[in-house]
Design a protein around this ligand. Sequence first.
Ligand code: AMP
Ligand code: GLY
Length: 422
Amino acid sequence: MKLMVIGSGGREHAIIKKLLENKDIEKIYALPGNGGIAADAECVNIGAKDKEAIVKFALDNKIDFAVVAPDDPLVLGVVDALEEAGVPCFGPRANAAIIEGSKVFSKNLMKKYNIPTATYEVFEDMNEALKYLETAPIPTVVKADGLALGKGVIIAMTREEAIDAVKSMMADKVFGESGSRVVIEEFLEGPEVSVLAFTDGKVVKPMVSSMDHKRALDGDKGLNTGGMGTVAPNPYYTKEIADECMKTIFLPTIDAMNKEGRTFKGCLYFGLMITKNGVKVIEYNCRFGDPETQVVLPLLESDLYTVMRACRDGNLAETEVKFMDGAACCVVVASNGYPQKYDTGFEMTLPAVGGSTDIYVAGAKITDGKLVNAGGRVLGAVGKAETLEKAIEIAYGVAKEVKFENAYFRSDIGQKALAAGK
Ligand code: AMP
Ligand code: GLY
């Protein structure tokens, strides 16, 4: 079989490596992939959003199965285009990807179907939003409606910050059209959990839970990033909480999407907060998380291709989705200065990996035959072991062996989880 994976990050590298464990897969193309992914897949210079070129490539190369990983192409309908051309795909169609593509849609869905989430108001008119903020409870949370590269959420600790956030989204259009509508919602508190779940639109099979570390610096300080590291499982996600989530969130969401005529197939990501008043949905993503995937897939024992195919074909109920006991940790090695200004183009050397270690490359390219850093988040160094403590130690062992001039990583990935688990 020949497969194609759309995307270019560490998440895609982890998906590709897991898929390659299936011996029936002869070849994987990555569109566009990156310099590190090139060691495992043939990278093709076609952008993840170039719908026509993607379909043409799939047909010309007789692709048997495609995985569309990032949010943008999913929201743009790349799965729809491929399926209509006869190429089976893993991932939701555009009418279901809207669950991530529009926060107004997802909030209204949750309200209509009684799925627990922060209370909220939607505004299309800036003056009305500003008027509401005069008396709104503070802190509050301001969210741009559309996709905003993960930056469209402002936690406002003061009224002034909330006002500035609304103005920057609605008047200055810092997120373009994504900010023409905003959601202003209740500020929630409690530990956060990421749960990625496979679904064929009928049943939902959650993967092992995980914990992201979004801030750039140790102690959860500094700017928000795309994620500086992850661990799985998340110790806050107990069996009781998992049961509650299945009943009040996972099944109701699949059901709600079906009732809306927007059957969701693929990986649905539940961003959850465990509050004093129960578990609430912070956000949905229509895809695998990054860097959650880098700790979740190494713990998957079942064959990823078989599971993905079952999500697409509608026989997930009969398909085993099994995770091993134990834990995994991913330490993101970044270019120093990320998420602001940083330098690239430094030659990299990577340690050999395998068994309990792995490396998933996110931001690197090959220049004059050498691998050089080419992005903010450069790679994820991954360790897995029977205990979280050991997994963290292994992951840091790998991270320290990654050499390039301005390499930077947090030194406390997993410490919060370790403390919570004790
Ligand atoms: P998102 O881009 O939706 O993942 O939001 C980014 C982060 O903002 C989340 O991971 C939470 O830490 C935080 N956040 C979002 N919504 C809320 C909320 N209602 N209350 C508190 N924190 C929130
Ligand atoms: N790690 C958060 C996300 O993938 O959206």
